[in-house]
Design a binder for this molecule. Structure first.
Ligand code: SF4
Length: 301
C-alpha cells in the first residue's frame, strides 16, 4: 500500500547531520540525504517550507534537494510544521556536539516561526555555539523585538537569493540583511549563481547582487536539465557536479562552478563543504592564515 501524503510530524528538536556535513554519514542512499541524529550541528525549528510550491513544485529556481527527497517519502514539504523545543534535551545534544557552530535551517524555513527560531538560537548561544541561520525569508522578517534579540546574540543570518528572484523579493532580502547588521548580527547574502549568456538580463542583476555592498557568499547553482531554469543559463559551460561522497561525477545535476571569486570560504576554507563563513575549517587547518578582516567572527562572549 502506498504511504499516504502527510505533513511532517511535530517532534522534539534534535541536532542532526547529513552526508554533506559529516563523513560519518557515508552510506549511499538512492535519494535525498541520509541523516544521523545527534552527530551533527544541524537544527530545524520548523520542518517544511512554503517555497516548495514555486518553480512548478520544484522549490526555488535551482530546484530544492529537500523537495525532491521528501516527495519520495510522501511528505508534504510545502507545509511548514513547528517542531518542539525541549531546551534540556537540546542542551544535551549541544554539549555532545564537537562543532563550534550550529546551522539553523536545513529541511525547513526558519522564518516561518521567528519566535521559535530565536528561542532556539538563544539556547545554542547559551551553550557557546555560533549560530548561523539560513533562510529564504518565505515567512517574512522578524519583528523588531525578535530582531533585536537575534542581534544581541550576534547571530549570522544568511539569506539565499538568486538573480532570477523577483525584484521585491530581492529588495526585501537586502533590506533585512542590512537590518541584521544594524541590530548587531551579521547579514550575509548567500548568492546562488548561474552562468548566463552576456545578453541575458539576469546577468546584470546577478552582478548587482554580488556588489550589493555587504557580505556575499557565492553558492554555484546546481541544476537538473529538466528544471526550466536550465533553459535560462548558458549551457555550454555546464558540466556534471561531483558527488562529494563518492567523488564521482553525477550526471543528474549540472553546474558551471563559481562565476565570481574571492568569497571568504573559497579563500580561507578550501576543504570545507559547510559554506558557513564561521571560518571553522580555516581556524582548524594550520596551513591557512586567518586574517583579521570583517569576515572574522566576533568574539563569542
Ligand atoms: S527555500 Fe530552501 S527549503 Fe524552501 S523550497 Fe527553496 S531551497 Fe527548498
Amino acid at each position: 500500500m502506498r504511504r499516504p501524503w502527510q505533513p511532517y510530524i511535530s517532534k522534539k528538536m534534535r541536532l542532526f547531520a547529513t552526508n554533506k556535513t559529516t563523513l560519518e554519514v557515508t552510506a549511499p542512499r538512492s535519494y535525498g540525504r541520509r541523516e544521523a541524529k545527534a552527530k551533527g550541528n544541524l537544527l530545524d525549528p520548523v520542518r517544511g517550507c512554503p517555497g516548495a510550491v514555486t518553480n512548478g513544485g520544484r522549490g526555488c529556481p535551482w530546484g530544492c534537494y529537500a523537495v525532491e527527497a521528501t516527495r519520495r517519502q510522501h511528505v508534504m514539504f510545502n507545509v511548514p510544521v513547528d517542531q518542539v523545543l525541549d531546551a534540556d534535551l537540546l542542551r544535551k545534544d549541544l554539549r555532545k556536539c564537537h562543532d563550534t557552530w550550529v546551522r539553523i535551517g536545513v529541511n525547513g524555513e526558519p522564518s516561518c516561526n521567528w519566535e521559535l527560531t530565536t528561542r532556539v538560537a538563544e539556547v545554542c548561544r547559551s551553550e557557546g555555539k555560533d549560530v548561523v541561520i539560513i533562510t529564504r525569508l518565505w515567512g517574512g522578517a522578524p519583528d523588531p523585538g525578535l530582531l533585536s534579540r537575534l542581534g544581541t546574540l550576534g547571530v549570522m543570518v544568511h539569506v539565499t537569493l538568486c538573480a532570477l528572484d523577483r525584484e521585491p523579493m530581492r529588495r526585501r532580502a537586502l533590506a533585512f540583511l542590512q537590518a541584521v547588521n544594524d541590530a548587531g548580527g551579521r547579514g550575509v547574502l548567500r548568492l546562488v549563481t548561474f552562468a548566463f549568456s552576456p545578453l541575458h538580463p539576469a546577468r546584470e542583476v546577478q552582478d548587482a547582487l554580488w556588489a550589493w555592498g555587504g557580505e556575499v557568499l557565492e553558492q554555484p547553482g546546481r541544476l537538473q536539465p529538466a528544471n526550466p531554469t536550465y533553459d535560462e543559463v548558458y549551457k555550454p559551460v555546464y558540466h556534471p557536479c561531483m558527488n562529494h561522497v563518492t567523488g564521482e561525477p553525477n550526471p543528474r545535476w549540472r553546474t558551471a562552478g563559481t562565476v565570481y571569486s574571492g568569497t571568504a570560504c573559497a579563500d580561507e576554507c578550501p576543504t570545507c563543504h559547510h559554506q558557513c563563513l564561521t571560518m571553522t575549517a580555516a581556524r582548524e587547518a594550520s596551513p591557512y592564515h586567518l586574517p583579521q578582516t570583517s569576515a572574522t567572527p566576533q568574539a563569542l562572549d
